[in-house]
Each structure stands twice: as structure tokens, then as C-alpha cells.
Design a protein around this ligand. Sequence first.
Ligand code: MSP
Length: 491
Amino acid sequence: MEQNVKNKKDKEKFYVTTPIYYPNAKPHIGTTYTTVAADILARWNKLLRKDVFFLTGTDEHGQKLALAAEKSGMKPKDYVDSLVTEFKNAWKKFNIVFDGFIRTTDKSHEECVKKVIKKLYEKGDLYEAKYKGPYCIHCESYWTEKDLVEGKCPSCNRPVTEFEEDAYFFRLSKYQDALLKFYDENPFFVLPKTRMNEIKARVKEGLKDVSFTRKKFKWGVEFPIDSSYVLWVWPDALTNYVSALGCFESNKFKKYWPADVHLIGKDILWFHAVIWPAMLMSIGVDLPKTIFAHGWWTVEGEKMSKSKGNVIDPLEIAEKYGVDSIRYFLFREAPFGDDGDISIKRIIERHNTELVNKLGNLVLRVTALAEKYGIEQNENKLIEKLKFDEIKEKFDNYELDKALALIFDFIDTCNLYVQENELWKTRDKKKLYELCDSIKAIAILLWPFMPETSEKIARVLGFEIKSIDQIQKPLKLNKIKKSEILFRKIG
Ligand code: MSP
């Protein structure tokens, strides 16, 4: 027993986060993508037997939400309360299993944020001055006139609001050299590498102090230094990664911090790779290990937008084509880190050719033959063709599309094995065993991507998916049941 406790304590940890989402926009392809990605990484690390903490949540303060609440004729808190369940339900539908769900209106979060601000102030890193310039309410971002593209927000292309107000500024400029030094010493701090280079170049151009407060509305954490201000939504939101662990003094914080990876979209990299690390440096807390910025999805080559009427609703397509089919598509279609393009045509193509014809067909054929003719234990030579070390490396480097492609190469190898050995004629029980044992490995490796399908496969093979080590352990001889049809052809 004591041994067990010790082992649990010694387990390596893995802390993965998604951004916290503004709840006024329903869960969409973009937010679903990041959250499924975090689920994939969490599941992969669970297979590696790590002690995983996966955090997601909602970002509930700020002017954008205050205005949206007003439009709905609701108080901001009632408004956000009414939206959060929709996020939780969407993630459940996608079989996303998180360990923490933070809401920035949680009292414990607000207390933690105030602690951070007080520490920044005590450090001398907050000072009062006048702010004047453009602000994008949609992105909740301050810009300079120079940043604007044709007078509009360079990130979302919406009109900006000009304003002038008293503010407390954070001395971001003070951290320029320390940040550049840190980037040089930690080349994997921002991934993919191209993003690291972009950030470095921008920081080298010079950092300006940034206003950390807002004055004209009240929907935010009260600024603890001066109650005539509310805190700007970004330092409030970024602190979620720490507050969700119970803030600095908690055991959870001691166990899981620093985060192993903050998964984000490329549009919010500046906040995560520059402002957040500078805040942590100021208060003397370790920086996260990696910030991974993924690309953006377009729909048939165009930016998704309500006005264009081309928004793809993830829940609708999951209902239509199956959750695993969508999870699969998102991580097969585009290299993780690059932009990608969605079309229903491509989803159906991948579903029919890869999931129905390759994976589904392999499992169905082999389990049907194994049920009919039985299997006989044998050394599995076929599995030597599985590029396990490479797959592991791809997962660890966040090359999720490449890991998936390698697993599917092995599915092709297995289908070829059935074909070349004409197993429906030869009824070779030993070869059928090799195939069942190989499908066991496929089910384990696909579990992060397609948990429901993998668990169905595991059930017909008579095992439960727990750890990557099960791949090396030969499948126990038991009666194999013919699998149900895993994927039905569309169209
Ligand atoms: N609340 C902030 C994040 C605070 S984190 C401390 C926020 N919220 S958001 O609701 O706007 O979430 C946006 C997330 O969805 C970002 O990571 C963004 O990159 C992602 N996406 C939004 N549209 C997207 C696509 N079309 N494609 C891929 N991801 C995109 O920002």
C-alpha cells in the first residue's frame, strides 16, 4: 500500500490548458478544435500513465460581454450564467473529459487575480497615466494607430473605438530584455517554431507599457489598488491558469504548475507569449513550458462569418456524421499549427475512404473471421511494421496530424496483410491472432483521437484501454466477437 502511495506521488504530471472562451459566441469550430486538441493531449498523457490535469473554462468579464448582456436585456452575471451550460454540453457531446472548468466570475478566481495585481503593484510594475488610442472591443485589445489596417483592427478587421481615459499601466517594456533572453534559452517556449520567430521579432522591435485597467464600465474584477477602475479583461483571463489550481499557495499549484502546454489559437499568441510571461516574471513565478499556437480554419477558402452565412456548427456536423468522424477530420486534414480548410465534401470523403473503407473494414473483416475460425496465439511479426517510436515522437512534438497519418499507414499495412494472405480462404488462426493483436495496438493509439470508436474495438477484442504499455503485451486469447459496423458510408 505504501509503495502504491509513493508511486502515485512520483508520477510525472502533465498540465494542459485551452484558452477560456468568451461565452457570448456559441462553441464553434475554432473553440472545438482547441478543446479537442487538449483532450487528445490529455488522453495521450494518460496512456503514458502521467498524472494529467486538463483545464478549460469561460472568460466572462469585459466590455464585449457587458454590451452583449445589455443587448439581451440581462444583467451581465445572469447573461453569462445562461451561456456556460452550452459550453459544458458541447464538450460532453465531443467526449471531451476535462479536470477543471474555470469561470472568471468564480469568487476564488477573482481573489487570485487581485493577489496578482497587488504583487505587480508592490513590485513597482503598475503606474497611473493617461491612455489615448484605439481599442478593439471584439478582441478586447489596445492598438496603436500604426497597428491598424485601413483604420480597422488588425486581428479581426472590425472597426475600433477611440478612447482616452486615465489608466494604470503595466511596465511591459521593463521585461523586453528578460523575455528575449528567455526565448533564446527556451527555444520550445513557443511552438511551432515560426511563431517563436515572429514573437521574437516583434519583441525586438520594442515593447510599450500596456494599460491594465478600464474605466468606463464596471463589468470586471475591481482593481484592488484603486476601486475607481476595473481590471482589463486580459490580465484577469490569463490568471485563470493559476487560479484554477487554487492560486499560488495550494497543493494543486505546487503539483501541476508550471503548465506543460497552453494550447491557443494564433490570434491570441501575443497575450500568452509576451504579456503573461512578463506578468509571471514580475511576480517571480515560473513560466509555462510551452505555448502552442494552432492555425485557423476557413470554410471552403473563406473566413467563417455570420454575415457570409458559412459558419459550420460543430454540434450539427457531429450529429450528422458522428463525433469521431469530426474529431478525426480536424486532426487529419491540416497539419497541427497550420491553417486548414473545412468543407463538407472533404469531411465525407475522409469519412468514406479512411474511416469506412480502411479502419472500419479492417476491424469488421478481421473480427468476423476471428469469430468464425478462432485465433491461435503467435508471435506478432506484423506489429514490427508499426512505427511506434515515431508515433510517440510525433505526439510529444504536437505533430498530431503526423501521428494520425502514421497510425493509418499501419492500418493500410494490416489491410494488405489480410489481402495478401487471403485469410478468408486460408483461415490461418495464427495470422488472425497477429491481426487482432495489431488492431489492439491501433485501438490504443487511436484512443486520444477517437475514444468512442477505440473503446468499441477494445470491447470486441476483450480488453480495456489503460496504458500504452498494453501494446507490448500480447493480446490474451479470448473469444473474439464480430464487431458492429463502426462507420456507415455517407451519401
Ligand atoms: N477569451 C479569450 C481567450 C482568453 S485565454 C486566457 C478568447 N476567447 S474566444 O472565445 O474568442 O476564443 C477564441 C479561441 O478560438 C482562440 O484560441 C481562437 O484562436 C480560436 N478560434 C476562433 N476562430 C477560429 C477559427 N476559425 N479557427 C481556429 N481557431 C479559431 O480569445
